[in-house]
Design a protein around this ligand. Structure first.
Ligand SMILES: Cc1ncc(C[n+]2csc(CCOP(=O)(O)OP(=O)(O)O)c2C)c(N)n1
Ligand SMILES: [Mg+2]
Length: 572
């Protein structure tokens, strides 16, 4: 059957199971938009800035595991996607971005709104395409979705000239892809798995570091089985939060620059590290020469280029985390590590890290903890970047799988609101809370209009400290308290919400926190709370830049164990 290029794009997306597309139109992509009404299965959500489209697609992808789709016009539309594409790339989020390009005869002529978007995005996509005839669209879309979701997921961009959308071609949707040079290894090498099992079975102080790869591969049960069978403490990366219940007695929190002191101590003392679906980011390892100095390291990852990239690895296993753990678990002998787990529990009592001190003023940690209590831990939390992000990571208890969505690798301020939008669209039955910074929110605040127009019921908690807080903290600690360019004004956020048509509240006192969160939960649609918090509150623990995990700075008050510390409750 003959179809236009635009129809082929839509029909191919339908075949790939696409339900929602985030985007903004313009001249070169107009033929695609004009075709959209013929495909009512494809819900289009009009964002207010293309960065919002990319982050929304990314949030949708992380929350659902499906490929997120964003579309934009050529030139500025395409370049506005770039930050969001890079963000998805660094955090291995499956995404397909479709951009309009100037018509074929104009390519290379510096035509109106022409940019070389495949050139620009080459290093930040898993793969990208410039499609030069309508007859190759179907195969390209098929490949793009396959690449985005298979192996280590990531973003793929398809650039389509305006006249290719209009050109007609025969439509055949391929039943499978044929990419001889792309065959991700799923099964780990049996000899390597055997070596790893031997190391684990003989370890005295084994420690698991679990990353987002566990979530992506859905290996929750396999991770739990490994941890429970060999009684191994589980520490996660920031993006690994939500891969293992934090109330579990074997859970010892997050490692890294703002990780729990006891988690960093465990990694430093471990004799065997089992690193699963994580990539040894420098925010997680701190100074590499001081990272796990006593440990043999087993590294399980689907991406062979991650092996040995940042730290030396003794037993690499390339493969899908779930598939590898299934095999590995068969070789693990049940054992107790009573002394080792006892040691970690002592460290947790001596360095509780998550204690919230008594304070007259409103502390951000307190706000996060109350959101946890009111939502009973059942919400999906999306964050901004900065202190707010780290408080959200530390003070909510993530027992539910995949319940924290945050920009890790790129650390993109402005990710929060549009990503939360994508999460809510992907999981309409989940309660979605955005915990955002006043600086981060102002970077993509225009998406408030999108959540109103499309009735996307995101609950928004602004951690309003009047600063680019994380940078202010670095200035306080490492730049002689010279607050250059970090004091930050903003609009009246409650009035802003109202102007967009969103109910909101301002909260300045502790006793108002719970009623405000309850009111937000009672509201059907979106709701915004402006939490005006202590302006110069710092985030601790902190491993200073350049230091090792063992050189963690702690808040003195946080060393006294109290009921507010995050301690395990059960063996769930
Ligand atoms: C797009 C972008 N620009 C700059 C930075 C550098 N940066 C990291 S955290 C931060 C401050 C964030 O301020 P805010 O959102 O108010 O969060 P807070 O730390 O105050 O909670 C800045 C500027 C960044 N991460 N992303
Ligand atoms: Mg701030």
């Amino acid at each position: 059957m003959k179809m236009t290029g635009a129809q082929i794009v839509c029909e191919s997306m339908v075949r790939e199971g696409v339900e929602v597309i985030f985007g903004i139109l313009g001249g070169t992509i107009l033929p695609l938009y004009d075709t959209l009404p013929q495909y009512p299965q494809l819900r289009h959500i009009l964002v207010r800035h293309e960065q919002g489209a990319a982050h929304a697609a990314d949030g949708y992808a992380r929350a659902t595991g499906k490929v997120g789709v964003c579309i934009a016009t050529s030139g500025p539309g395409a370049t506005n996607l770039v930050t969001g594409i890079a963000n998805a790339h660094l955090d291995s989020s499956p995404m397909v971005a479709i951009t309009g390009q100037v018509a074929r005869p104009f390519i290379g002529k510096d035509a109106f709104q022409e940019v070389d978007i495949t050139g620009i995005t080459l290093p930040i996509t898993k793969h990208n395409y410039l499609v030069l005839e309508a007859s190759s669209i179907a195969r390209t879309v098929k490949e793009a979705f396959h690449l985005a979701r298979s192996g280590r997921p990531g973003p793929v961009l398809i650039d389509i000239p305006r006249d290719v959308f209009i050109e007609e071609a025969e439509f055949h949707y391929p039943s499978k892809v044929d990419l001889p040079s792309y065959k991700p290894t799923l099964k780990g090498h049996p000899a390597q798995i055997k070596k790893a099992a031997k190391l684990i079975n003989e370890a005295r102080q084994p420690t698991i570091i679990a990353g987002r790869g566990v979530i992506i591969s859905g290996a929750y049960a396999e991770l739990k089985q490994l941890a429970e069978t060999a009684q191994i403490p589980v520490i996660t990366t920031l993006l690994g939060i939500g891969c293992f219940p934090e109330s579990h007695i074997l859970s010892f929190g997050m490692l890294g620059m703002h990780g729990m002191a006891y988690a960093n101590m465990a990694v430093t003392a471990a004799d065997v590290i089992i690193a699963i679906g994580m990539r040894f980011d420098d925010r997680a390892t701190a100074k590499v020469s001081g990272f796990a100095p006593n440990a043999q390291i087993i590294h399980i990852d689907i991406d062979p280029t991650e092996i040995g990239k940042n730290v030396r690895v003794d037993v690499p296993i390339v493969g899908d985390v779930k598939t590898v753990l299934e095999e590995l678990n068969k070789l693990i002998t049940p054992i107790q590590h009573i002394d080792w787990i006892g040691q970690l529990n002592n460290w947790r009592k001596e360095h509780p890290s998550t204690v919230i001190r008594d304070s007259e003023g409103l502390l951000p940690q307190f706000v996060v903890r109350k959101i946890y209590e009111v939502t009973k831990g059942e919400a999906t939390i999306v964050t901004g970047v900065g202190q707010n992000q780290m408080w959200a990571a530390q003070h909510y208890w993530y027992d539910k799988p995949n319940s924290l969505i945050s920009s890790g690798g790129l650390g993109t301020m402005g990710f929060g609101l549009p990503a939360a939008m994508g999460v809510k669209v992907g999981c309409p039955d989940s309660t979605v809370w955005l915990i955002d910074g006043d600086g981060s929110l102002q970077m993509t605040i225009q998406e408030l209009a999108t959540i109103v127009q499309d009735n996307i019921a995101v609950k928004i908690a602004i951690i309003h400290n009047g600063y680019l807080g994380m940078v202010r903290q670095w200035q306080e600690l490492f730049y002689g308290k010279r607050y250059v360019a970090t004091p930050l004004s903003g609009p009246d956020y409650v009035k802003i919400a109202e102007a967009y048509g969103i109910p909101g509240l301002r909260v300045k006192h502790k006793e108002e926190v719970v009623p405000a969160i309850e009111q937000a939960m009672a509201e059907q649609g979106p709701f915004l709370i402006d939490f005006v918090v202590e302006p110069e509150e710092n985030i601790y623990p902190m491993v200073p830049p350049g230091a090792a995990l063992s050189e963690v700075i702690e808040e003195p008050e946080a060393k006294v164990l109290s009921d507010s510390a995050k301690l395990p409750t059960s063996n769930i």
